[in-house]
Ligand binder design. Structure first.
Ligand SMILES: Nc1ncnc2c1ncn2[C@@H]1O[C@H](COP(=O)(O)OP(=O)(O)O)[C@@H](O)[C@H]1O
Ligand SMILES: [Mg+2]
Length: 218
């Protein structure tokens, strides 16, 4: 729990699993029911963190060693939490975040092999016990996800593809890692089957959110 009056939901999963698409759907749903919503993303989400984002998402896949990459992620996350997320929650807002600390556990912990415990220690050092009230883990076959992500980059011609280019084995470790994370925290995390039409996935998301809020007595 965040210990704050707002609600903090993170969107997790591999590349192209539909996080950014579904965050917009859920934003509409919350706004439609009268909530104040802040949509944010990682790495980034505050002025300083966006500068670090550029270091992390562009350039050669081997640009950073795993430990440096993990520290950069948590440096940007610390800034994002302090400058953006905590203030919004204190104002009673719903914060929807495109990736959060579980992505570090998956990418640097499982993907790069630093181990989940190493990353969870870093998590505690950087932001203590701060974590989402609910984490939606989008699960999708990696080929489908990378195919979708490839189309997205073709459309927007973005250069933020450093992680997409890390290879199939890396992406398989991510998927397995996210599933293990979800299994280890079944109250906070909900696995969403990310295959199928956008509208179908959106209905799964809304159902998971309603169910989780009811269970948390909110
Ligand atoms: N359920 C879906 N079916 C088909 N294409 C999708 C679906 N959800 C998203 N997409 C498309 O796939 C691409 C990647 O989706 P996106 O939401 O950006 O994924 P992520 O943020 O997880 O990387 C986008 O071009 C998006 O329009
Ligand atoms: Mg995205």
């Amino acid at each position: 729990m965040t210990g704050k009056p707002g609600l903090f939901i993170s969107f997790e999963g591999g590349e192209g699993s539909g996080k950014s698409t579904q965050i917009r759907c859920l934003e509409k749903w919350f706004r439609g029911s009268g909530h104040d919503v802040v949509v944010t993303r990682e790495p980034g989400g505050s002025a300083g963190a966006e500068e670090i984002r550029n270091l992390l998402l562009t350039g050669d896949p081997g640009r950073w060693d795993a430990v440096t990459e993990a520290f950069l992620m948590f440096a940007s996350r610390r800034d994002h939490v302090e400058r953006t997320i905590r203030p919004a929650l204190a104002d009673g807002k719903v914060v929807l975040c495109d990736r959060f600390a579980d992505s570090s556990v998956a990418y640097q912990g499982y993907g790069h092999g630093l181990g989940a415990d190493y990353i969870r220690n870093l998590w505690a050092l950087a932001i203590g016990d701060f974590k989402p009230d609910l984490t939606l883990v989008f699960d999708l076959a990696i080929e489908t996800g990378l195919e979708r992500a490839g189309e997205r980059f073709a459309n927007v011609s973005a250069a933020e593809d450093r992680f997409e280019r890390m290879g199939t084995d890396f992406h398989q470790r991510l998927r397995d890692g996210f599933r293990e994370i979800a299994a280890s925290e079944p109250v906070r995390c909900r696995v969403i089957d990310a295959a199928g039409e956008i509208e179908v996935v959106s209905q799964r998301v809304i159902k998971a959110v309603k169910d989780s809020l009811a269970r948390q007595g909110r």
